[in-house]
Design a protein around this ligand. Structure first.
Ligand SMILES: [Zn+2]
Ligand SMILES: [Zn+2]
Length: 395
């Protein structure tokens, strides 16, 4: 689509003005405020006191609103990957609203369509329309009128979700902007600061405004970066990718290839070493009885997906590397190349068998899983050795 022909009535004005102005203010007013405050003498009338409190409130709000989205809007409401008692629901609905990403009802409706039609025209944040569109463009303007919402009947039966849906703008402004300002003022007043209004302003700018922009950009990165950059260990049938870097910024949501393959699993970073604090919190809440019925995909199904994907890519990767070798290197490496070839075939057969077993829910022994994991490691080793000799050949 050419932008000069873009119909102006498709612009989402309220959303656009909010998203653009909060981002601009965070990039201009916030640094200017910090800089001028830093340079003010201690006894200046408009000096902010209580920076420890302001930054602590920022951290609290960053996590509370971030988990409101990842734990609440995403894993609880969109995917029902566990069940939660009302205090957890209320918390994520209040603080999820304060991240200014619309109601849980609307967010989940869009997100369920995203999973069902990923990379297709119906996908609300379809990456094939480009990075900008998937990141934020889809919120700034609509390419088509929004289809009626029919995929969240379960959420519509939940009075708490519908209460938040009805009043979401009020809740967002109060919890997101007004409450941090009130808390800042109350703290300044209780501590006997000469100008508690300045502490309130600091809380509004840092814990309110700046925090909103950071949490929003984190969520947007899942839709853009995680459909463009990263590894695809579980499936290449869709554009979703695993990115440890994005996981760091998004409370563990960066393992998006796994998530698209197994969307009902309460874990996104499924391996022990992966950074998924949302998973850790859900698990911890389950231990104190605040959430239950955590859904997990069996280890054998996960491994079957990995074996299948490895068998698909191993052959291609080896071929690509080998094509760059000269005749002599190829001769020296003949046995490694043949081993890789056999391994790719073996992986394909084992993946199919494992998938069958997982479907019939037959028990897969720990020994078998370990053996298969060994095969995967071996495949990685062979690739690595070929890659190294390729690099040496180039040098
Ligand atoms: Zn996605
Ligand atoms: Zn999802």
């Amino acid at each position: 689509m050419k932008f000069k022909n873009f119909p102006i009535y498709r612009i989402e004005w309220v959303t656009s003005i909010f998203l653009i102005s909060t981002a601009l203010l965070s990039l201009t007013v916030v640094p200017w405020f910090l800089w001028t405050q830093y340079n003010l003498p201690v006894d200046a009338a408009n000096k902010v006191h209580g920076w420890g409190f302001i930054w602590a409130l920022f951290v609290f709000y960053y996590y509370a609103t971030g988990f409101g989205i990842t734990l609440g809007y995403h894993r609880l409401f969109s995917h029902i990957s566990f069940k939660a008692k009302w205090p957890v629901k209320l918390f994520v609905l209040l603080f999820g609203a304060a991240s200014f990403e619309n109601s849980a009802h609307d967010w989940s409706a869009d997100h369920r369509v995203h999973h069902k039609h990923v990379d297709e025209d119906e996908d609300p944040y379809d990456i094939s329309k480009g990075f900008f569109y998937a990141h934020i463009g889809w919120l700034l303007f609509r390419l088509k009128p929004k289809p009626p919402v029919t995929n969240v009947k379960d959420l519509e039966a939940d009075p708490l979700v519908m209460w938040q849906h009805r009043y979401v703008q009020w809740i967002a402004v109060f919890i997101g902007f007004v409450l941090p300002s009130i808390l800042g003022y109350a703290y300044g007043w209780a501590m006997g600061f000469s100008n508690p209004a300045m502490t309130a302003l600091g809380c509004f700018l840092i814990a309110g405004l700046l925090r909103t922009v950071i949490v929003q950009q984190g969520t947007f990165c899942i839709n853009s970066l995680c459909h463009m950059f990263g590894r695809q260990p579980y499936s290449r049938d869709h554009s979703a990718r695993d990115s440890g870097w994005v996981a760091l910024l998004t409370f563990g949501e960066g393992y998006h290839n796994y998530h698209h393959e197994f969307q009902h699993d309460y874990r996104n970073g499924v391996k022990d070493w992966q950074f998924d604090p949302t998973k850790w919190i859900i698990w911890t809440l389950s231990k104190v009885g605040l959430v239950q019925d955590l859904r997990r995909v069996s280890d054998s199904r996960i491994l079957a997906a990995e074996l299948k994907e490895k068998s698909r890519t191993l052959g291609m990767d080896v071929e690509k590397i080998v094509s760059r070798f000269d005749a002599r290197t190829r001769e020296v490496k003949a046995s490694t190349i043949a081993a890789a070839d056999n391994l790719a075939k073996d992986l394909a057969v084992r993946a199919e068998a494992l998938k069958e077993l997982a479907i019939t829910k037959a028990d897969v022994g720990a020994d078998t899983l370990e053996e298969l994991q060994g095969l995967l490691n071996k495949a990685a080793e062979i690739l690595e050795s070929l890659r190294r000799s390729d690099a040496a050949a180039i040098a």
